[in-house]
Design a protein around this ligand. Structure first.
Ligand code: ADP
Length: 487
């Protein structure tokens, strides 16, 4: 099948989080299954790749706020796997993708309305006739509206749309006047359309107008239909549950493989874990922790320093956690208050806590490889990739029982254990989980067993790609009954 895939970030070109990993790996896996994928994404200033070639333009799109000229560039990544970049320097050649200094760009509504429409125009320009248009997160929500309401007589007229929610908390909701600025029809500004508490929400637009909905784990698909996890959209999603499906993301094992990882001082496998010890030594050294700490269990955490990731729970728990014989290394960037609090704690516990603020993929690999345990005390977690990587790297995950974490980790008390789970979002529950990890560390035989079992887990993209393929096929089979209204 021919699939047009829109994403606001695509690894390895641009990345702030898991969406980029998905947009890099899923099209690749689908193209390997014989489908033809055209991925469209913005050309940000962080996109640097010599293989990117000019692919057309200029083309002009008209909005009430003005005319915007754009160009196309492209990279052929493999057979049936092409990435088109929308080049609009004023919108996308900026230091950040969505924000700078933790502040969203004030024209994000224009930038991603433009991107959504330009991506559809791009398919026309390169003469790509998709059967399915796969949209991702709020940045592409308006493309669902455009597809449902227009494009008659074009290459896109019979395309069906799939909208994937990677994180329901980011809603792309803007002040009401944006309706006129972007030329969105006011008749759509109602609770069944894109209105959300008197503001247009691009995320809701995607949910309202797409033909099929997916999210990134089975458990998260359930959670977003509840008051606790629905961010006010639970009812709207419950009404559409017949077309909502949870498909677990895969891990890209070509990038995350401890047996062939170029970022590690030594490689290791389930059969021979000796290299992991060397990684641990290097990790402690990189974080300025004493070499003697190699004998104690090493706990690590990599991630965005945001509420979602449970950083406040970590901060509350750390002073008591660090009374135990262990080390903790943290790599992350995000909210200033968390960065500051972590730095302060590291200064207070220089022999036990190492903190690096920044975004550093090479160090993220070393941290996975050198840690005995990997911490993910998330408040919520749509899918989460780090726990899958940590399983493969023999860093036993200690996770909160939510979303994709619940779907991918099997607790010590259960058959086939691969990690440790806790429920309450409370320091006592978190510390208890850490103590269970310490108990496991003392039982070397059992630790080896749990570790090896985790390393053998396979969350490959193959499995996910098959499930997306099923959705695409069922949509294509329904071709002809396309309706130009939401619901
Ligand atoms: P989310 O998408 O919510 O940020 P995921 O666990 O799904 O969380 O994906 C996060 C991805 O970003 C992983 O590949 C992780 O290794 C990477 N990552 C997050 N923070 C950092 C960082 N500070 N340095 C390097 N990589 C990071």
């Amino acid at each position: 099948m021919r699939v047009l895939f829109l994403a606001s970030e695509v690894a390895p070109f641009s990345k702030t989080g898991g969406l980029a990993d998905v947009a890099g790996a899923l099209p690749k896996a689908l193209s390997k299954r014989g489908h033809e994928l055209l991925v469209v994404t913005p050309l940000y200033s962080q996109v640097k790749d010599k293989a990117i070639q000019p692919a057309g333009g200029p083309f002009t799109l008209r909005f009430p706020f003005g005319e915007v000229e754009g160009w196309l560039r492209q990279a052929q990544l493999g057979r049936g796997h092409r990435v088109l970049f929308v080049d609009q320097p004023a919108f996308f050649q900026r230091p950040g993708l969505y924000q700078e200094d933790n502040r969203d760009y004030p024209d994000n509504h224009r930038r991603f309305a433009y991107f959504s429409i330009a991506a559809l125009a791009a398919a026309e320009l390169v003469k790509f006739t998709p059967e399915v248009v796969h949209l991702n997160d709020w940045q592409t929500g308006l493309a669902a509206v455009a597809l449902a309401r227009g494009y008659q007589g074009t290459r896109l007229s019979s395309a069906r749309s799939v909208f994937t929610i990677h994180n329901l908390a980011y809603q792309g909701a803007f002040p009401k006047l944006v309706m006129d600025e972007l030329g969105l029809p006011w008749e759509l500004f109602n609770p069944e359309g894109l209105e959300f508490y008197d503001r247009p929400s691009f995320l809701k637009a995607g949910i309202a107008f797409a033909d099929a909905l997916t999210t990134v784990s089975r458990r998260y698909a359930e959670e977003i239909q509840t008051a606790e996890g629905g961010w006010g959209l639970e009812g709207f999603l419950r009404d559409r549950r017949h077309k909502l499906r949870g498909i677990l993301n895969g891990a890209d094992y070509s990038e995350w493989d401890p047996q062939a990882d170029p970022y590690l001082p030594a490689r290791f496998s389930p059969k021979d874990l000796s290299g992991k010890e060397q990684c641990k030594k290097k990790l402690l050294e990189r974080f300025g922790l004493p070499a003697a700490a190699v004998a104690s269990p090493a706990f690590g955490l990599v991630g965005r320093l945001a509420d979602q990731k449970g950083i406040d729970l970590l901060l509350y728990s750390l002073p008591r956690l660090l009374e135990r014989e262990l080390t903790v290394t943290v790599l992350g960037s995000g909210e200033a208050r968390y960065e500051q609090a972590l730095r302060q704690l590291a200064a207070r516990y220089p022999r036990k806590l190492g903190v690096k603020i920044g975004f550093d993929p090479a160090l993220a690999h070393l941290l996975e490889a050198g840690s005995d345990f990997f911490l993910m005390p998330s408040r919520y977690e749509p899918c989460g990739l780090n726990q899958m990587y940590s399983l493969r790297y023999g860093a036993v995950p200690v996770v909160r029982r939510v979303g994709g974490l619940d779907d991918t980790v099997v607790d010590l008390k259960e058959k086939g254990a691969t990690g440790i789970k806790f429920g309450d979002y409370q320091p006592t529950a978190f510390l208890e989980a850490v103590d269970r990890a310490l108990g496991l560390y003392r039982d070397r035989r059992k630790l080896g067993e749990v570790r090896r079992r985790g390393m053998a887990e396979d969350f490959s993209w193959e499995a996910a790609a098959k499930q997306y393929e099923e959705i695409y096929q069922s949509l294509a089979a329904r071709e002809g009954e396309k309706m130009a209204k939401p619901g």
